[in-house]
Design a protein around this ligand. Sequence first.
Ligand code: PGA
Length: 367
Amino acid sequence: MNDKITEHGAESCCITDAKFHSCEIKGEFSENNMSGCRFERCNLSGSALAESDMTGAVLDKVNLTGAEFTGCDLSGVNISDCKLEGAEIDGISIKELIEFYKNNHKENKAMKKNVRKAIIAGNWKMNKTRPEAKALLEELKPMVADVNDVEIVACVPFTNLETALNVTAGTNIKIGAENCHFEKSGAFTGEISADMLAEMGVEYVVLGHSERRQYFAETDETVNKRTKAALAAGLKPIVCVGELLWERECNITEEVIARQIKLDFYDISADDLKKCVIAYEPVWAIGTGKTATADQAEEVCAFIRATLAKLYGEEVAESITIQYGGSMNAGNAAELVSKTNVDGGLIGGASLKAADFTTIIMAAHNG
Ligand code: PGA
């Protein structure tokens, strides 16, 4: 419909699922069944709607200035981009109602962040001999001994795993590896299986790091296989995703991230996903000193969560820890981890100094 419908209102009419476009709908409307109606660019200013069923109605770009809804069933009504000055539902300003909802929703999101445990993980990469690893962890241990609300993880080279496990036994520092192979055993010279790590007492494993993707031909398919193998062995995978600089410049960050999430977690159940951590690491920020701004990190981490919500549902998505990684340091960690969807960090360079790593852990602890 596209016209001046009425200036006098309507009573006891059944106009379910009707579509009104650019209509003037003025006057008093009572006891109508208008459920499922769609109003687009209509003018309902000054109208009074009473005791009507409007369930599931959509009001898009509608002028509702001064409109009054009294005793109407408005469940499931979708109001978008409407003029709402002076519009009221049962005497309460619609603008205020929306504001109240938005604030509450924000609070809920913040509360969900508190439900997720922050994880600060060091990724030592190809650094530290065994004596150096021992010294670093011995220094770190007392500095973070009182932190119990942040999961502290050191992901170390294979050769340091045994040393690291011994030094941190009985402490709040967990140990992770930096990769694992997807086969259980066999002719894969130079590789380490997930079972070998689990048997040692290793808890976490970094998978799909951009350096593995860049220098060792790691693909989303092999990341997916490794993730499944790690989960089967009882390890907690820290799966890394992130866009290259030119992909960001071409404005395809979201496509890249969505693709990685879909492929890396392909055929992984919700229960298994809950055992995983996701690290958002923009490749252009790794080891370059160029950190993503806290807002850029939040934007992509929120996008990852929204992608997970589409695949696994909101409840699962809200429970997953999503870290930021890429030149996170003692100076910028607090702002990054303060963001609603940034639940910690995967830290390279700054995890090699006990004092810097501790400052980052404290930022998550206090945040
Ligand atoms: P970076 O490395 O903190 O040195 O940038 C992060 C990572 O590679 O995980």
